[in-house]
Design a protein around this ligand. Sequence first.
Ligand SMILES: NC(=O)c1ccc[n+]([C@@H]2O[C@H](COP(=O)([O-])OP(=O)(O)OC[C@H]3O[C@@H](n4cnc5c(N)ncnc54)[C@H](O)[C@@H]3O)[C@@H](O)[C@H]2O)c1
Length: 342
Amino acid sequence: MPAVRHRLAPEVISHAHRLSPLGKRTVGARRREAVMRAVVTGAAGFIGSHLCAHLLAAGDTVVAIDALTDSYDVALKRRNLRDLTRRPAFSFHHADLLDTGLGPLLDGAHAVYHLAGEPGARSSWGPDFELCARRNILATQALLEAVRDRASGAFVHASSSSVYGDARTSSTAETACPRPVSPYGVTKLAAEHLCELYRTAYGVPTLSLRLFSVYGPRQRPDMAFARLFAAAAGGRPFPLYGDGEQTRDFLYVRDAVTAMRDAACSGFTGVADLGSGSPVSMKQAIAAVESLAGPVEVLPSPAGLGDARHTAADVTVASRAFGFRPRTALHEGLAAMAAEGA
Ligand SMILES: NC(=O)c1ccc[n+]([C@@H]2O[C@H](COP(=O)([O-])OP(=O)(O)OC[C@H]3O[C@@H](n4cnc5c(N)ncnc54)[C@H](O)[C@@H]3O)[C@@H](O)[C@H]2O)c1
């Protein structure tokens, strides 16, 4: 069950929403007034680069770390960093969490946002599992080790809905027993457990946010909407795995990163779902892209091993603990992707 703690640095605590043990807000100044020194791992990635932009806009100083792995075209990761590196409050460190002395980068941090990892359920089978385990489990443990002796604030871990596996109910709450259906989901669940362990053993104020399918401009090229827009622009046909009736809970990236900072400032620890709470079928998702970008050539393909049939977030905990409210409707978010060239 989620628990609540206050280990934020004083200047953050003085502005953060305080939570009672039941997760209710009891005192609060406006969160945006808090100024933080934030460390972001995976900063050159899709969500990480949006998070850095959001933190800078809120007035935070950002220490960004990324190994620029070749999980996809490194040029896209460099592009994600381009505007950020012009900002004086942003510093980028090209470093791998597994072979870098992280101490100096973490000193004085008010919040650590841990997004570095190897995402992707379908690619996590077979020999690639080793990489997935290194980047999702071992890298998380290395970071937690480096953080544990420092008086850091919130440690926000980007976990995944993939820990649930196949949802058996219309939406999956954090109390559901996690049963991943992919090796990737297993690694994200292991990383969650490490976060819990370092919280109970060393008092690191960790929270794992179970992100559902995040979309928006500069989405990872292996993800559905990026591939759909590419297909509509004349690229390769879109492989539709299974019958198209499988549902996904899509969360717009700005809503995701706003929630991450709100969660870090709230004093909440534990586990919370972050999704839109309004799942749509893949057939509906394709139709939504076609309405904006034109016809998509669909290639019927067998259901992927490790793909959950349905995903649906229950955002009650996130809403109570840090005021989470998804604000962006799917069509609006997709229109933003189309406007930015996806
Ligand atoms: N995109 C989603 O819908 C989604 C959903 C659930 C969870 N997540 C999680 O959110 C995080 C970010 O996802 P994303 O879609 O932005 O992925 P991404 O691949 O675009 O970003 C991850 C970044 O981490 C970096 N990285 C990997 N291993 C590293 C290491 N050892 N040291 C330093 N940097 C390293 C990579 O170079 C990459 O830039 C991941 O942990 C992922 O598992 C994403």
